[in-house]
Design a protein around this ligand. Sequence first.
Ligand SMILES: Cc1ncc(COP(=O)(O)O)c(C=O)c1O
Length: 382
Amino acid sequence: MPPAPALSPPPEVLNRAAHLEAPAFLLHRPTLVARLSALRAAWDAYAYPVKAQPHPDALAAAVALGLDLDVCGSEELDAALATGAEGHRITWTSPWGDAALFDRLASLGARAYLDSLDQVALWSARHPGRGAGLRLSAGPGTYGEKFGLAVADLPAALTHLRAAGCSLTGLHAHASVTAPDDPDELAAPALDVLAGAVGALDEPPATLRISLGGGWPVRPLTESAPSLGTALLEAARARLAEPLRQRGCTVTLAVEVGEHVLAPAGVYVARVAAVHDRAERRVVVLAAPWVVAPRYEDYPVGFFRPGRDGLHPLDTAPGPTTVYGASNGPADVVSRGAPLPRPQIGDLAIIGHCGAYLSTLMAPFNGRSMPPMLMVDESPAP
Ligand SMILES: Cc1ncc(COP(=O)(O)O)c(C=O)c1O
């Protein structure tokens, strides 16, 4: 039996969970702020990926902490601008980009990382003389192989930009490292790709921003502070920034880490709809949507029973349990086989590590409304 995943929500989150109509997401502002600030302090720049957690208060917190905002389309650009963020604090990276979006980005002075030769051609044609960055493919990593230019296309992209008078402002590749703080485990094809690109620059610009993107894992589950990516940062300084510095180019090293930083700041609160005591394991079904194909099957889950004085964690003998959402497929597994106490219909399930993506990837299946995302602040001192 796998070890029980730890779930210990802060008291104010438990208190809020006791008084809401489930299902709902709760985002704990102090955790969010602490984790964002830690990573911001470690790197030269940090662009908050809006897609990972687009709650307006989360975006505002990121901007207040000095983060840039990374957007993937016009709706996210609207959300970024609604925070009051200045155009030059916005970065854009996406395989999809059309003329209207490019015009908006250029007029705002936002930082674009072009993803394909077609995007390079479109940008150069519409905005000659305006600098742009390039995103490079770093292999399958966390996202498959769908993002970025092949290194082999770099000379053609640079030639095209140069012909249009567009300087190179940045390079981007998702590092997607599994252990960003561990030099012994650091395997980042992105560093090889970027080092190759840096070496291929015949005339480096005076300044260059290099983003190592996101894709760090959310594990281990019990970690209370985020990884800072120190080993990755040191490797990037040695392999990318230093060679460029020797050629007169000042490098800003940036990250766009989303899930690793944001997930632990949020929980999902849902009621138990059904409990089946099968021979091999217990099955619990939530009265709530869940992502049809979540990335993990070991979210930390706690069961709580509402009482007059708040929520009480169930502490009966644990048994192997699989927890499902309420969609019509077998893939909406929240937690598979973890030892959990037996809940009853109507008990609350609190699921940890739900601060990123889940709220945006759920579907309102069965005609349900989408669960709200609520911000929770620290309780005032008694
Ligand atoms: C351009 C960009 N930046 C940052 C991220 C954040 O990635 P993660 O939340 O996996 O760290 C993504 C994820 O899709 C992305 O496409």
